[in-house]
Design a protein around this ligand. Sequence first.
Ligand code: SAM
Length: 301
Amino acid sequence: MMGWHWLLEWQTPYEFHGHLIDKVLAEEKSEYQHVMLVEFKRFGKGLIIDGKVQSTVYDEHIYHELLVHPLLLSLQNQPKDILILGGGEGATLREVLRYKSVERVVMVDIDEKVIDFAKKYLEEWHKGAFEDKRTQLIIGDGYKFVKETSQKFDAVILDLTDPIKDSTSYMLYTKEFYESLKRILKDGGGIATQATSPSFSVEVYVTIYNTIKEVFRIASASYTYMASFDGLWGFVYGGVDPSSLSPAEIDKRIKERINDKLAFYDGYSHEVSFKLPKNILEEFKKTNRISTEVNPVYVPA
Ligand code: SAM
């Protein structure tokens, strides 16, 4: 489809952000989701699922590096077996495969159409990661996979759609689910999840942190600015504490463990991303809410 139009992305029922789209490059409707690849005027190519920007070539590396590397660099043992839940674009997979020690990455995404779409159109994101010999791709519900598997992992990375009520992902942000994740981790293992926005859904960000802290006892939170999401974006880690590592230690471990240079994450960006400002720290004091299966947290939509 040629010509331009606006994407009005609703962050909450009271707020939307407008992005000018130059061109819709591809569009598909699956059993679960409405998937679009567009050319944004400002950000270049971008993936939109159900009206929400998932990532763009402009800054997807910031999101995916901050999701993956603080977790994998904090593990005492060099990571070998990794599980990714969601992550349709293949960019989380790409970041995990940079580790010299990684032997196997199981990626479970619920939507085959998103994966086929990514393989066909999102080369800039996955950079061939789906074809790597270490990749085992499973089409299925991450919730069910975790409940049923007897395999163990060094780390589990949750790169899921936002917890919108009745979506396919919102039960994967609950205490019961995190308890199931704990069961499939090897000793010393940890998890990381995207945790929505400290700017437009701060209660959700804090609740995800509280819930992970409740289950894993050790937890930390990071955030950064994502231009293509038009706000701050947050991540939470459990079982390991990346915030305890010094910038020098991060730089040393990047050199030891990772092939190639990272575009965003290093000792300096680590320090900045884990230092939460006073207004966000105040939010942590305000709520002690935990997300449970009977009372799950979700982003108002
Ligand atoms: N960066 C993103 C964002 O901003 O929300 C998330 C990226 S990724 C495209 C989200 C993926 O989660 C999609 O590919 C979707 O199919 C997958 N997903 C949603 N629910 C899932 C579930 N229950 N199990 C596995 N994958 C799921």
